[in-house]
Design a protein around this ligand. Structure first.
Ligand code: ATP
Length: 286
């Protein structure tokens, strides 16, 4: 079942075609990541899907609704989605618990605030004022506010900026559990390891156009990319790119009696693939 359907989406700011004909199809229960450099058009696209920006052209359906809809239907729409924006929530004179309790009341299916506090790892800070939280803790509260309404669809715009490594891992586990419960998630991130860990599919976007949609494992022909075998010989690092790394290692085993010095076998990371895709698209645009 399709949760987001986008055809030929366009949005310009003056002469700047921020979104220049984007097609997207995201199914229920999927974690979908939008990847792209600064200014690629990710936030513009996502905010159109959230109903925060109007579009210049194209067809958009989110949970079967056009997000530009107004009135009562807009409220119903908002009740079914969760949003974590790029900017953090305002500092306030309410505590974490009071804030989440307050917002929970806005939704038809508001979640238990205590459960959400625990899920985002803020139990020790539940009684503290928001303005006393650190940047990363504030971000966790943003995520808590995004999920407090039991959303069917959750938008996460660079959700883990400012998180320490432990908090990122905890967040990934939280997102995984939301997906397991059937929540569809649209994520933008600059962390390629985050996209790899979370996303079922990724779209690479640059200059308002989608370059490719694929699984993280298959993006840019990654699954068939050559492996890099590196080792040291006479104090100098050697390197061979090969489709058969095992054969290369077997040859080296014969060549060296005992341990092969500084042996490593690696494949292109998602970041390697992403960077070369963006670079090629920049070259084509010049
Ligand atoms: P980042 O990774 O930096 O968040 P992004 O991919 O989310 O980037 P957008 O914020 O969608 O990029 O911006 C796409 C383009 O549209 C950029 O060139 C930006 O300058 C322009 N743009 C975005 N919002 C506006 C606006 N309100 N007015 C004018 N131009 C805008």
């Amino acid at each position: 079942m399709s949760v987001i359907e986008v055809r030929g989406l366009r949005k310009s700011y003056g002469q700047n075609d921020a979104v220049a004909g984007v097609d997207l199809s995201i199914t229920q229960g999927e974690i979908f990541a939008l990847l792209g450099p600064n200014g690629a058009g990710k936030t513009t696209t996502v905010e159109i899907l959230e109903g925060f920006r109007t579009r210049d052209g194209g067809d958009v359906s989110v949970l079967g609704i056009d997000p530009e809809i107004k009135g009562l239907q807009a409220r119903t729409f908002r009740d079914r989605i969760g949003i974590v924006l790029q900017s953090t929530s305002d500092a306030g004179d309410l505590t974490v618990r009071e804030t989440l309790t307050h917002f929970s009341g806005y939704y038809t299916n508001g979640r238990d605030p205590e459960e959400v506090i625990e899920a985002v790892g803020l139990s020790e800070k539940a009684g503290e004022l928001i303005r006393s939280l650190s940047g990363g803790q504030r971000r966790r509260l943003d995520v808590g506010l995004g999920i407090i309404g039991s959303p069917e669809l959750l938008f996460l715009d660079e959700p883990t900026t400012g998180f320490d490594p432990e908090a990122r891992r905890a967040f990934w586990a939280l997102i995984g559990s939301l997906r397991d419960a059937g929540t569809t998630i649209l994520l933008t991130t600059h962390y390629l390891d985050e996209a790899e860990a979370l996303a079922d599919r990724v779209a690479v976007i640059n200059r308002g156009k989608i370059l490719e949609v694929s699984t993280p494992a298959e993006l840019g022909g990654r699954a068939n990319s050559l492996a890099r075998v590196q080792w040291e010989f006479n104090g100098v690092m050697q390197e061979e790119m090969t489709a058969e790394p095992t054969a290369v290692v077997n040859r080296l085993i014969e060549q060296f009696s005992g341990e092969i010095p500084k042996l490593s076998v690696s494949r292109q990371t998602l970041e390697d693939i992403y960077l070369s895709m963006v670079e090629i698209s920049e070259g084509g645009a010049k």
